[in-house]
Ligand binder design. Structure first.
Ligand code: IPD
Ligand code: CA
Ligand code: CA
Length: 264
């Protein structure tokens, strides 16, 4: 592996575990957190936990890789024209986190010249670190992982995600088709974790009509390195505007979801 990528991949794995314990402390004391709604949207929550974890990540990166750019959910974009950029969601699954549910994580992707070269997703509650670097495979902690072998949607669970950023009718038809064809959906409130579960063979695919780069880039990297198939998320300015995300454990599942996804 290229030494510049290797340094960042190693650093990302250490950093995500370090800030994971800060996030876990906030989670265990979440009744003391003040919760705000972003842009007046009642289902889009944020707390001091999200902001503190992102600040920790940003300042560690400033210290160790001052030449790199940064895009974080809470603090936005900084120097994205640089060769290396870090794309960070300090807590993915903020609603589960704040409501005391169990699906939340920290997601960090490393880009080189706008291509994802490493991704880490850490779930501190279950001590699961999903990680991958370009061309080097995907891992859960120290174990290599690969996507499920399903070729029909009947053979497993399909992850889905939804937010109030899009109209319900850009989503509901897919559920209808999936159920009619003998599939079953699941949503746990963390897109990054569900994508990691596709990589680990726990889910057979994932669809969400609009999601942001900080939620998806690390998870999509994991899926590709674990043998799955994804859409080109970074097309059409996906880094800054977000995009739909579609992933399959196999070509067959990807093609199926691609066929039934709402058009437009
Ligand atoms: C959200 C989660 C959710 C997905 C949303 C995201 P947040 O991120 O990943 O599963 O459906 O699109 O915005 O707000 O928990 O960081
Ligand atoms: Ca998120
Ligand atoms: Ca978040």
């Amino acid at each position: 592996m290229d030494v510049d990528i290797q340094q960042r991949y190693l650093f990302a794995r250490q950093l995500v575990q370090k800030v994971g314990s800060i996030a876990l402390d906030f989670y265990l004391n979440r009744n003391k957190l003040e919760i705000e709604c972003k842009k007046g949207e009642s289902q889009d929550l944020v707390s001091i936990a999200d902001k503190s974890v992102e600040n920790e990540i940003k300042s560690a990166l400033k210290q160790h890789f001052p030449q790199d750019g940064f895009l974080g959910e809470e603090s936005g974009a900084d120097s994205l024209e640089r060769e290396f950029c870090w794309v960070v969601d300090p807590i993915d699954g903020t609603s589960p986190f704040l409501y005391g549910l169990h699906a939340w994580c920290i997601s960090i992707a490393v880009l080189r010249n706008k291509e994802v070269v490493a991704g880490v997703v850490f779930d501190p509650l279950h001590n699961e670190l999903f990680h991958a670097a370009l061309g080097c495979g995907a891992f859960l902690n120290e174990q290599p992982i690969k996507t499920a072998g399903a070729t029909s949607v009947k053979e497993g669970l399909t992850g889905v995600g939804m937010s109030h950023r899009v109209q319900p009718d850009t989503f509901i038809p897919l559920l209808q088709r999936l159920l009619s064809d003998g599939g079953m959906f699941i949503r746990n409130g963390s897109g990054a974790l569900m994508l990691s579960y596709v990589a680990a063979g726990r889910l057979i695919g994932y669809f969400e009509p609009h999601i942001n780069a900080w939620d998806t880039l690390a998870g999509m990297m994991l899926i590709k390195e674990a043998g799955g198939v994804t859409n080109n998320f970074l097309a059409n300015d996906g880094l800054l505007k977000g995009n739909y995300v579609l992933a399959g454990c196999s070509e067959e599942i990807f093609d199926y979801l691609n066929r039934i996804k709402p058009k437009g």
